[in-house]
Design a protein around this ligand. Sequence first.
Ligand code: GLU
Length: 482
Amino acid sequence: MTASGVRVRIAPSPTGEPHVGTAYIALFNYLFALKHGGEFILRIEDTDATRSTPEFEQKVLDALKWTGLKWSEGPDVGGPYGPYRQSDRKHIYGDYVEKIVAAGHGFRCFCTPERLETMRAAQRAAGKQPKYDGLCLNLSAEEVTARMAAGEATVVRMKIPTEGACKFHDGVYGDVEIPWDSVDMQVLLKADGMPTYHMANVVDDHLMKITHVARGEEWLASVPKHILIYQYLGLEPPVFMHLSLMRNADKSKLSKRKNPTSISYYSALGYLPEALMNFLGLFFIQIAEGEEMMTMDELAQKFDPENLSKAGAIFDVQKLDWLNGRWLREKLTPDEFVLRVLEWANENGRLVEGLKLAQSRVGKLGELPPLAGFLLANDVGLTPASFAGIKAPPAETLELLETVQADLEKILEWNVETIEAELRAIGDRMGKKLKAVVGPLFVAMSSSQRSLPLFDSMALLGRSVVRQRLKVAAAVVKSMAA
Ligand code: GLU
């Protein structure tokens, strides 16, 4: 335990590509720990077993390591309050849930997913906010025992006060009041015996002695449930701080459908982690114009958690580009620059593996840049002319590109085999030969019809770059179809 006792955490769920928003929240917590001489810890929240994957967990760890933030406890480094992955802590939560039920604050619910869906549909149709109607709230102990003994599927829900409001103080929002009737009787323990996010999150923050919970504003509405769980367990809640989400300049939410949001996209394109952290850190400090360039130490000195705005952090890519350019030109020595370029070029082995793929296709080494350069390029310079060799009409190519884009999102593990299988399945479904599927994709990825093997290239480029190239290609083809 540090002198201040301050302990903060970043608690990502490994259900997708690590988002720049995670780096933003992680940075806040990291700077908060530095300012208070506290500990910054990493916890993996993988209670959603259907959406969490080991690949995404690895990516979260890699992406956060790339940012340069360092955690003193986590699944990779261990620590006194481990394990730090919730699926490894399954055995811990049951007792806490039982305690809530035994004290009469929770109840067994036997409603089937079908019944709940019908109930919600009816509520929506009546213009009401869907929430549990309390059918199982007052089942007798005998009935519960009998139904459980008969093997009926059951979850545990928490009881919610029927009147009044939950009042609490948030470090960013100030005094907040949320009426209890807008709070759902949250499931705490799922039918498969796994806790929900809410249950596991509270228990772990308690057991890991977290003093301050700083996270995205999308969790503000969950605070009443969390405060109630703390109360039901006789525990003291931490201090809450809900940070405004990063948004686009038009105030819309950052979403991968609109613009690249994964950390790996920015590293693949050659942004320096120092520049990205500098850019994100400016949301947490007050500075004058001309003082924007800051190292992590400088950010920590100016960090001012008392003075955060609720206005929202605008993800201004031009500003990020400007900062990145300055970092590259002004902050690195020539030798450091070269080292960083080489590291970047071979990120995830893309240069070495790309050269191996190219070996059988070159007559002279000088042919390599046009052949394999697309693996490193930010933009492959697609124009309608790039698609000149594609025989299918643009509307058909557009449909293909959009289908591929949507279907690749469903791949849980991103590798040569899964990409190939998905593209073959798309061909079958759309009644197209594999050649007709891969042709436009070669162009979308490399702007050429002759490049490196497609599936391997897509695997090396990574999800986020492939997503962006498909999006650009679709826009170009759309302009041709119009
Ligand atoms: N697992 C949650 C997320 O990924 C964490 C929210 C929290 O910090 O409590 O957003």
